[in-house]
Design a binder for this molecule. Sequence first.
Ligand SMILES: O=P(O)(O)OC[C@H]1O[C@H](OP(=O)(O)OP(=O)(O)O)[C@H](O)[C@@H]1O
Ligand SMILES: Nc1ncnc2[nH]cnc12
Length: 179
Amino acid sequence: MSSQQTIDLASYIRSIPNFPKPGIIFRDITPLLASPEALRETVRQLADAVRDRDVEAIAAAEARGFLFAAPLALELNVGLIPIRKPGKLPSETFSHTYTLEYGTDTLEMHKDAIKPGTRVLVVDDLLATGGTVEACCRLIEKAGGIVVGCAFVIELTDLKGAERLARYRPVSLIKFSGG
Ligand SMILES: O=P(O)(O)OC[C@H]1O[C@H](OP(=O)(O)OP(=O)(O)O)[C@H](O)[C@@H]1O
Ligand SMILES: Nc1ncnc2[nH]cnc12
């Protein structure tokens, strides 16, 4: 695809009704991941959206957050801090429990992952209630980091996650309403 043509990123998201529970419309990123052009454009747009934040490190929660955090860290030339589900990280961790659109979960981060005062951007594939990324922000703050923003590929606007995360100045590339 030539650089003159714009890519409609939303057209690479597949909507699957009633997964993983009745009433949820699952926004599936696998078609976007399958396209190198769409994935490259996604990472480029995320980088452009946060370039003025003086980001010094990127943090992301497993699993889908990692898929965008690693190429974005390379694009911004900063390191990557993995935030993981319980029992996966080998050294001492901080822990935080949060509520999802469906269910609850706990996340952990290495206590020594961040030098105090480091400017950290949190990245995830999708913003629903904001619970996951709020948990990431809490973990970063417990470690003495400064959350300078959070960036998402997809935002589910009806769930008001952007309001919950307003103090972290969230940005998103694709917005869906209605589930
Ligand atoms: O804004 P929230 O209400 O917190 O929801 C969004 C989160 O939910 C999904 O992750 P999930 O916990 O399903 O895990 P996965 O990445 O391992 O699929 C998604 O990747 C986000 O991290
Ligand atoms: N509707 C949704 N689609 C995909 N991932 C999600 N994570 C939370 N809600 C989701």
